[in-house]
Design a binder for this molecule. Structure first.
Ligand code: NAD
Length: 320
């Protein structure tokens, strides 16, 4: 079985590819290695994956239609996990075009090949941000969605293109609405890693909304287990569906910060007001997901934060 993972040098793509390679799956990886954050971190992730003979990598941008088609012609792909995207809610305010190119056109170039090459199923990353300011917590997949920025809108458009492709071409797709994923090899632009990084690099940490944000933090170890179970149970999935990928446990940022303090991670903090694109709270309902995959061993968040700190200390300090 061959699995294409897009965004394979990114946080979630890398973590899942590593997990599958350890289970001896054949992985084809694709990424444009853009410089939205430290390219060196992306290269180091790729180096880990390249230790396996079952890993093949293409450095390509999803907007390069012809090159993408070629990958499908040259490889018999069974399943796709699509994680490549321009991420970052705040970045989308100043760089809207990147989201149109990578997230909308890029998604379209991929889904056309899903249709033309009889791919068994496309799993693709959506986001909790599609819910916008909907406060009907915990948010389930039937709730109305209100994208508040171009990033969230690009994910909503992916879901809608997916719906149409399923309706007219029988393409099988599962949209994964991720909620704030964190852990080892995590993204340096997200709160958890940024906080640790600011401490070790003696930089000022800007605490948005004076710390009054809550996030349904979801540990990467749980995310890869969930993705694997979805792959194993894919025949049980509806041809078109949307699933929250979350731990159903919102945590206030102040709580994370005081836990970090106990672990001696204590950067200088500057409290600032709410940013325009930010959502104050995310909290997803994961009952629909859990019913399908029967997963009941979510990690304890304190242990997972500790693992994240230890990973940083081992991997990011002496390399800088
Ligand atoms: N990490 C989270 O908490 C979170 C939450 C909600 C949704 N998501 C979504 O999950 C997916 C993975 O997120 P992540 O945290 O791993 O992000 P990431 O930025 O670490 O990974 C994305 C990867 O895609 C690559 N990429 C971007 N544009 C590309 C293009 N046009 N062509 C080829 N490659 C391209 C980047 O170089 C990067 O390596 C994204 O779609 C993101 O929007 C993530």
């Amino acid at each position: 079985m061959k699995i294409l993972i897009t965004g394979v040098a990114g946080f979630i793509g890398f973590s899942f590819a590593k997990y599958l390679l350890e289970k001896k799956y054949n992985i084809i990886g694709l990424d444009n290695l853009n410089d939205y954050y430290d390219v060196n971190l992306k290269k180091r992730r790729l180096k880990q994956l390249s230790k396996s003979n079952n890993f093949k990598f293409y450095k390509v941008d999803l907007t390069e239609k012809i090159k993408i088609e070629k990958i499908f012609k040259n490889n018999k792909i069974d399943f796709i996990f699509h994680f490549a995207a321009q991420a970052g809610v705040r970045h989308s305010i100043d760089h809207p075009r990147k989201y149109i190119d990578s997230n909308i056109l890029g998604f379209y170039n991929l889904i056309e090949n899903v249709k033309n090459h009889n791919i068994k199923r496309l799993f693709y990353a959506s986001s909790s941000s599609v819910y916008g300011e909907n406060k009907n917590f915990p948010l389930n997949e039937k709730e109305n969605i209100f994208p508040k920025n171009i990033y969230a809108l690009s994910k909503k458009i992916n879901e809608e293109i997916g719906f149409i492709f399923n309706k007219y071409y029988n393409t099988k797709l599962t949209g994964l609405r991720f909620f704030t994923v964190y852990g080892e090899w995590g993204r340096p632009d997200m709160m958890m890693m940024k906080y640790i990084d600011c401490f070790y690099k003696k930089k000022l940490f800007y605490l948005n909304n004076y710390g009054n944000h809550s996030r349904d933090f979801t540990y990467i170890g749980d995310v890869v287990n969930i993705l694997y179970l979805l792959l194993k149970k894919q025949k049980k999935l509806k041809d078109f569906d949307l699933l929250n990928i979350c731990s159903n446990q919102p945590i206030n940022l102040k709580k994370i910060i005081s836990f970090m303090k106990k672990n001696k991670i204590n950067p200088k903090i500057k409290k600032i007001s709410l940013q325009k694109a930010d959502i104050i709270k995310t909290h997803g309902d994961n009952q629909k997901l859990l019913k399908i995959i029967k997963y009941n061993k979510f990690s304890n968040w304190q242990n997972s934060v500790e693992k994240t700190i230890i990973w940083y200390q081992k991997n990011m300090i002496k390399k800088n």
